[in-house]
Ligand binder design. Structure first.
Ligand code: AMP
Length: 404
């Protein structure tokens, strides 16, 4: 693979896979973060004197049309992005209304240095998600160089995200700047970490996080478990958890994880106390108790003061921090305090020199909500992809660029 930052794109057509799956309501883009995230990569190619062909998916056209016949392909078009992208780049962006048509090929071939072409939604073709080789090969003919800047879909072995790479020699395929940033932040945490390495795992369900915890048992020194998933661990140890969230079919697994951690010398930390609610609602009455002594009729919706102090101390002593999943129901004001305090602790540790990565799921929403995103080392844009990376899986989009 080549290094994007040092590659000279002069007179080259770069075929860039981006993730422009932005929310659109009534033809208007309601959040353009994913478009903005790709701008540095696009601008670098243009500044070198190259041209850019952008390809992306948007939604799930074929699956949704099957369920709702009133929908048509036009409801999934990338065309509404053209005007905004032109504004962001200060370049008139051309559009090809079918990614494989002769019109697309013609427009691509005739691009002058500094010009940009956006292809219509790749998922108009079922071959995209199937990872069809012929489809990928046809797409590959559009550009001299293949750049993958779509980390959010790196865990999918789709035609445009992985299969296509084999049609380029190693020196003509590479990660874009966004993808490069994601991959190096993830590698810093998983492979080049400084110890103590603390993983903070929260969120609703243990079942969603088993693989990540198991993989982190091989890497981390400390694992903090918060959020709804903590109560399955308390119940498994014979604690009383009232009406708190619990996966009764995962009790053995929780004990098994704790035993494995002990055998490996990894400390698992559970929240000593909890903020309780009498119902799952923003206007619930609140109380507090030890997390393993929650009275009937109450449920734990946030970590308590002792847990905040306990977790903050561990975080402050860490050199590497991975945070995935909130400590409580942070969407409700009464139960956001624990997640906010942990965010503050991660920020303080980062200011003291720790490397902190927030990725995969609602902890990203949480740091954004508390306006702390620019105070941690890295906030991942790829929820599912980052989660799979930390589960220890090889992401097809990364492997394809590296290995073809
Ligand atoms: P996840 O997507 O698995 O990271 O879970 C995030 C969700 O877990 C958020 O919507 C939180 O509101 C929810 N959550 C966190 N803590 C609790 C809790 N103690 N009880 C119920 N839900 C929780």
């Amino acid at each position: 693979m080549s290094n994007f930052a040092t590659y000279n794109f002069s007179n080259q057509r770069a075929l860039i896979r981006v993730d422009f799956n932005v929310p659109i309501k009534n033809g208007k883009i309601t959040d353009d973060n994913r478009m903005r995230a790709a701008l540095p990569t696009i601008r670098k190619v243009l500044a070198d004197g190259g041209s850019v062909i952008l390809m992306s998916h948007w939604g799930r056209p074929l699956k949704d049309i099957e369920k709702k016949p009133e929908l048509t392909l036009a409801d999934f078009s990338l065309k509404p992005l053209v005007a905004h992208l032109s504004d962001l780049l200060d370049v008139v962006v051309q559009f090809a209304d079918d990614c494989l048509s002769t019109d697309a090929a013609h427009k691509a071939e005739n691009l002058e240095p500094g010009q940009v072409l956006l292809l219509e939604n790749l998922r108009y073709y079922k071959q995209e998600e199937k990872g069809d080789k012929d489809f990928a090969e046809k797409l590959s003919k559009l550009g001299h160089v293949y750049v993958n800047d779509a980390f959010g879909t790196a865990h999918r072995a789709h035609a445009s995200t992985a299969v296509i790479a084999q049609f380029y020699p190693p020196d003509r395929r590479m990660f874009g700047l966004l993808m490069e940033g994601e991959v190096s932040a993830a590698e810093e945490v998983l492979h080049n970490n400084r110890k103590p390495f603390t993983a903070i795992i929260g969120g609703a369900k243990v079942s969603d996080k088993i693989l990540i915890i198991e993989n982190l048992l091989e890497k981390a020194t400390d694992i903090i478990i918060g959020g709804g998933m903590a109560y399955t661990f308390f119940k498994a140890q014979g604690g009383h958890i009232g009406n708190s969230l619990c996966e009764n079919d995962r009790l053995d697994m929780a004990l098994d994880l704790m035993a494995k951690a002990e055998a490996k010398g990894v400390c698992i930390h559970l929240p000593a106390d909890s903020i309780l609610a009498d119902k799952f609602a923003a206007d619930a009455a609140t109380s507090s108790s030890l997390s393993n002594e929650i009275p009937e009729g109450w449920m734990g919706l946030d970590i308590g003061q002792m847990a905040i102090a306990q977790f903050s101390k561990i975080i402050s002593e860490s050199k590497t921090i991975l945070w995935n999943g909130p400590m409580g129901v942070f969407e409700m004001e009464k139960f956001q305090h624990g997640t906010k305090a942990i965010a503050d602790a991660v920020v303080a540790a980062t200011e003291n020199g720790a490397f902190s990565l927030v990725g995969g799921g609602d902890s990203v929403a949480a740091v954004n909500k508390f306006n702390l995103a620019d105070k941690v080392s890295y906030v991942s844009t790829g929820g599912g992809a980052m989660l799979e990376y930390f589960e220890g899986k090889e992401l097809p989009g990364i492997a394809a660029i590296k290995n073809g």
